[in-house]
Design a protein around this ligand. Structure first.
Ligand code: ZN
Length: 259
């Protein structure tokens, strides 16, 4: 899946106005200049399309300058990269803010050096230490179900290896709701350049053998609903009674007035 599909999740009629890569040399009064386009430009029919974060991450920058206009940089620890959104009409996040795939970052505009409404989407790959082509990058969704832990496992949380978790007592485990947890299998270096001061924990017994979900008592639920329904019916009847009474009073009142 392309990153842009996650960013413009509500829309699919965007189009590329400028590709990633070297640009045609431009002749200027001072000579020819060539540049490299470090992203892809996506046109939106001049409309202010919503732009969302692609998954759990953190806002590195949300600011304005002359060339990028209103821009936002978001870091995605799991993906080991950061993405930029340039030329926004407005942005709705701030530096340090945690985001997920439902966070509205901003809306497409043409602030900064832009001739039309478009999103310049850039992806900087930390492993390559360089920009990569957003159209070539294959975004793969996070699969939390694949994670399997053992008690006392070392865990990497948001890129930080917590050595003190190893062999520790069982206790509260960091959930992966808003945190990236990776089981440390061997001694490979931690790939993420991202640090967090969030909660940490270790793999607990509870987490490995969670209590069975209580079986829902459908009969009880049904009975409860019946009671609610009965109550509602009664209320409706009472209201109808009041309505009738009010109507009667109105009739009487108009009768008196017309006499
Ligand atoms: Zn661009």
């Amino acid at each position: 899946m392309k990153a842009i599909e996650k960013v413009f999740k509500e829309y699919n009629d965007y189009y590329i106005t400028d590709k990633f890569g070297p640009r045609e040399p431009i002749k200027t009064p001072s000579g020819t200049t060539s540049s490299f386009h470090k992203g892809v430009d996506y046109g939106t029919h001049s409309k202010p399309y919503n732009q969302y974060a692609v998954e759990d991450g953190v806002v590195l920058e949300a600011s304005t300058n002359n060339s990028c206009g209103n821009y936002v940089w978001i870091e995605y620890p799991r993906l080991n990269l950061k993405m930029c959104h340039y030329h926004l009409k407005e942005f709705y996040v701030k530096k340090g803010q945690k985001v997920d795939n439902n966070t509205l970052i901003g809306i497409t505009g043409k602030t900064g050096m832009a001739t039309g409404v478009h999103l310049h989407l850039g992806i900087f790959d930390y492993a390559k230490n360089d920009y990569i082509d957003p159209e070539e990058y294959n975004y793969v969704e996070y699969q939390p179900a694949e994670l399997k832990y053992n008690i006392g496992d070392k865990v990497i949380v948001n890129g930080v290896l917590y050595e003190n978790c190893y062999g520790g007592k069982t206790g509260k485990t960091v959930t992966d709701k808003h945190t990236i947890i990776t089981r440390k299998i061997d001694d490979r270096p931690v790939p993420y350049p991202y640090n967090t001061s969030g909660d940490i924990g270790w793999v607990s017994e509870d987490e490995l053998s969670p209590e069975e979900e209580p079986v829902t008592d459908y009969k009880k639920l049904y009975e409860k609903e019946l009671l609610i329904n009965k109550d509602l019916k009664l209320q409706i009847e009472q209201l109808e009674e009041i309505n009738k009474e009010l109507k009667n009073r109105i009739y009487t009142a108009t009768d008196i007035l017309t006499k």
